[in-house]
Ligand binder design. Structure first.
Ligand code: MBD
Ligand code: FE
Length: 283
């Protein structure tokens, strides 16, 4: 790695431990609300799908033990959030998004942190002196499905740096680097200055990386901006935006790219600019 401020010691175990702690704090309580009939139905069907694969492919004891060992490692490496968000969340998000008319969303992934610093409507994301990469001006408007600007719309944005690392999940990066909360103006407009992120490689030194190499897959996600967009009385959307020409747009390890989510930036003096508008559905 050629970049002087790149964290040299990013590990699957450290990023997994942070993602696991984050999930425990923010989301694990929701599990208690699932009724027993629903748990029974889903557990039965998932197990039946596993049994079917065992029978169809005549799975051996060696393969069963390889699975058992791998599952134990996923837990030891703290990689359950990563595994689930990379290989399962996209299906859940597709179901959740089916009934909305507004902007498309996609998966949240494991690296959202709530309550990032508030930066107003004309925002510069927190970044290091000399932060590497291509300066990006990302701007747009938040409206309802009829095109009316939404007063008090709030965008939360987070993304990887030019080395593909996220603050709070890789070591040596300031706490809120490339994370912020942006409140649109009275016409729903916002402007965000940041540095274009690089493609993201999921950690290769943990259990998820082991699955990828054992299966002959690749560990890459295309470069992306993560956003949550909300307004009082409207449904919050969680989305990601991608850059045209990225070789992983058609081949995302997390299957989270949709054509509507690919930006159309243009080059300007000293960087790039792009406009993207968000449309929210009523609650
Ligand atoms: C990411 O940055 C991400 O967005 C997803 C979905 C999974 C792993 C890492
Ligand atoms: Fe991401």
């Amino acid at each position: 790695m050629s970049i002087d401020h790149a964290p040299e010691t990013a590990t699957a175990a450290a990023s997994g431990a942070n993602a696991t702690a984050r999930f425990a704090t923010d989301k694990s309580a929701a599990a208690a609300a699932t009724p027993p009939e629903r748990v029974s139905l889903l557990a039965r069907e998932v197990l039946a799908a596993v049994h079917k694969a065992v029978h169809d492919h005549k799975v051996t004891y060696d393969e069963y033990n390889a699975l058992k060992s791998w599952l134990i490692n996923v837990g030891q490496d703290g990689e359950w959030p990563l595994f689930l968000d990379v290989w399962v969340e996209h299906a859940v998000e597709e179901v959740a998004g089916e009934t909305r008319d507004g902007s498309k969303g996609t998966i949240e992934g494991p690296y959202y942190v709530p309550a990032a610093p508030e930066l107003g409507h004309d925002a510069v994301l927190p970044m290091r002196d000399g932060e590497h990469g291509t300066p990006l001006l990302f701007q747009g408007q938040v409206t309802d499905v009829a095109g009316q600007p939404l007063l008090g719309a709030v965008l939360e944005i987070w993304h990887a740096d030019d080395d593909g690392f996220y603050s709070q999940f890789a070591p040596g990066i300031p706490e809120w680097n490339l994370r912020g909360t942006v409140t649109a103006d009275e016409n729903g407009h916002f402007q965000i200055r940041t540095m274009q992120p690089a493609p993201y490689q999921i950690p290769t030194d943990g259990a998820c990386g082991k699955l990828i190499s054992a299966a002959g897959w690749h560990p890459w996600r295309p470069a992306h901006l993560h956003l949550k967009v909300a307004a009082p009385g409207y449904q919050q959307i969680t989305t990601q935006l991608y850059f045209p020409g990225d070789k992983y747009n058609d081949n995302d390890v997390a299957d989270a790219v949709k054509p509507e989510l690919i930006l159309d930036p243009h080059d300007v003096d000293g960087g790039r600019e792009v406009t993207y508008d968000f449309v929210l559905d009523k609650v």
